[in-house]
Design a protein around this ligand. Structure first.
Ligand code: GLN
Length: 483
């Protein structure tokens, strides 16, 4: 096994036992990146030399506590001091933040090594990473297919073993859907569990930072570092952070798992349904109690999301006006034209579509009919979940309705692309934690199972996911990238 193939917890082990150095680890990943990155194109910016320098310092100090000496990748809408943060947009092509996001500061503190910034759909708006203003990322399992999105670069980088873990963000599925498409584990925490400070906002009431990794244990290790209160983010909740790693071994005996019938309709591919049902059987064998339930308002989640998220996006993206950040059109001869031309030139088509949709939904006369109505639907979605969680511990569903699709298949058809989020969006609407884990293959492409819990019950999700992982082989399947 090559060093770049090792998960975080084994790299940690090897560092602590003195078997290898952090410099050796970074060199191994640098080598791997040079072999596969030309095909996968997961990164917008790479800084292997910076990581190498830091690795040398970590080696000198020794100790290797936390994630010291372990390299990682970061979705390129999370701010990094002194390193470009582009949001995969022409608007921020040359933007270099003067501060680190809270989560980056946490990882720096533990001396994890930032290898580079990963590709995404522009400003996290999309489900395929084709909306990046720079280039599409490719699915390591099938290079003609999308890796999912918007955290597609992060999922592909982990799947292709270019880094052992990445951080992404999830507003309507952007960690879970690419995790499912690339055959890796992806955790979207409870809204408020992880600080959003320094994360360029898309829809502030839905966005959360989370982890993409090879397996559940790695996810728990990284999550322990980034979770927790930040007084600098008023939406980040001050609740205790449990020991996610030691809870992993507790198994699923007696845990009550519900599967909502609506999530097995909604245009879900037959093979995906079958794989998730088989996984539920496995959980039952391991001691869980599995029953069917209903989440009756599920079908309204997607249309409501595509009003609320663009509404918030239209407000959040108002800051990109050519004055405060990034690109400015220099041709205009007055300030109004400068605003218009800056935004007209530097935003891509999907971002403009969302801004227009959102501005419309918020405009006087339409606000009650669209925005307010969508907020009411959001409440109904949330209470559907509350009712189920009154008698169950976890909810299990497929992560996506289809396997990864061919690059370019839906670019002209945004609605089909929006449909891809149908199984992930309700979780964000209700602010719940959820994880996608690999649960099978169809036609050689990976499939994901989504595990959802009550607010702040990430531990229980990981406990069940870990039990499943320990008794199946899906997490050890990986793409055969020829080099
Ligand atoms: N695909 C969804 C969207 O385009 C979700 C994106 C996300 O979670 N950032 O809005």
């Amino acid at each position: 096994m090559n060093l770049w193939d090792f998960p975080v917890y084994l790299l940690q082990h090897k560092l602590q036992s003195g078997e290898i150095s952090s410099v050796e680890i970074v060199r191994a990943f640098r080598e791997r990146i040079s072999q596969v990155e030309g095909k996968v194109k997961a990164f917008i910016t790479l800084d292997e030399e910076g990581a190498l320098r830091e690795a040398a310092r970590v080696d000198q100090e020794g100790g290797y506590t936390g994630l010291a000496g372990i390299p990682y990748g970061l979705k390129d809408l999370i701010c990094t001091r002194g390193m470009k943060t582009t949001c995969a947009s022409r608007m921020l092509e040359d933007f270099i933040p003067v501060y680190d996001a809270f989560v980056v500061a946490k990882l720096r503190e533990t001396r994890a090594l930032l290898m580079g910034k990963t590709n995404l759909d522009e400003f996290a708006m999309g489900s395929s990473t084709e909306q990046s203003a720079f280039f599409p990322t490719r699915n390591p399992w099938a290079l003609d297919r999308v890796p999912g999105g918007s955290s597609g670069g992060s999922a592909a980088a982990v799947s292709a073993r270019e880094v052992p873990f990445c951080l992404g963000t999830d507003t309507g599925g952007s960690i879970r859907q690419p995790a499912a498409y690339c055959g890796v584990v992806g955790l979207k925490p409870t809204y408020g569990r992880v600080s959003r400070r320094g994360v360029v906002p898309y829809a502030s009431s839905l966005d959360q930072v989370g982890v993409l990794a090879q397996n559940v244990r790695d996810c728990a290790l990284v999550f322990s570092i980034i979770a927790g209160h930040d007084p600098g983010d008023t939406t980040c909740v001050n609740v205790p952070v449990p020991d996610f790693v030691s809870a992993l071994d507790e198994g699923v005996k007696g845990i009550k798992i519900a599967y909502p019938r609506e999530y097995f309709a909604l245009g879900v591919d037959e093979e995906i349904k079958a794989a998730v049902m088989k996984s539920l059987k496995k959980l039952e064998e391991l001691g869980a109690i599995v029953e069917e339930v209903s989440l009756p308002h599920s079908e309204y989640a997607l249309p409501a999301y595509y009003l609320l998220a663009p509404a918030e996006a239209s407000a959040n993206l108002a800051r990109f006006d050519g004055v405060r950040y990034g690109y400015r059109d220099l041709e205009a001869d007055n300030v109004i034209d400068m605003f218009a031309q800056t935004r007209g030139t530097a935003f891509g088509a999907e971002v403009k579509r969302r801004i227009m949709l959102g501005t419309y939904a918020l405009s006087s006369g339409y606000y009650d009919a669209y925005y307010l109505k969508a907020l009411k639907v959001r409440r109904l979605i949330s209470s559907d979940f509350d009712k189920v969680f009154a008698s169950y511990d976890l909810i299990v569903t497929p992560t996506t309705p289809t396997p990864p699709f061919i690059i370019g298949a839906h670019v002209e058809d945004p609605i089909t692309l929006y449909m891809n989020d149908i199984l992930t969006v309700p979780v964000n609407m209700a602010g719940l934690p959820a994880m996608s884990i690999p649960c099978g293959l169809t036609r050689g492409l990976p499939l994901g199972m989504q595990i959802i819990a009550k607010p702040f019950a990430e531990s229980l999700i990981m406990q069940a996911a870990y039990a499943f992982e320990q008794n199946t082989e899906y997490h050890s399947m990986k793409p055969e990238l020829e080099v």
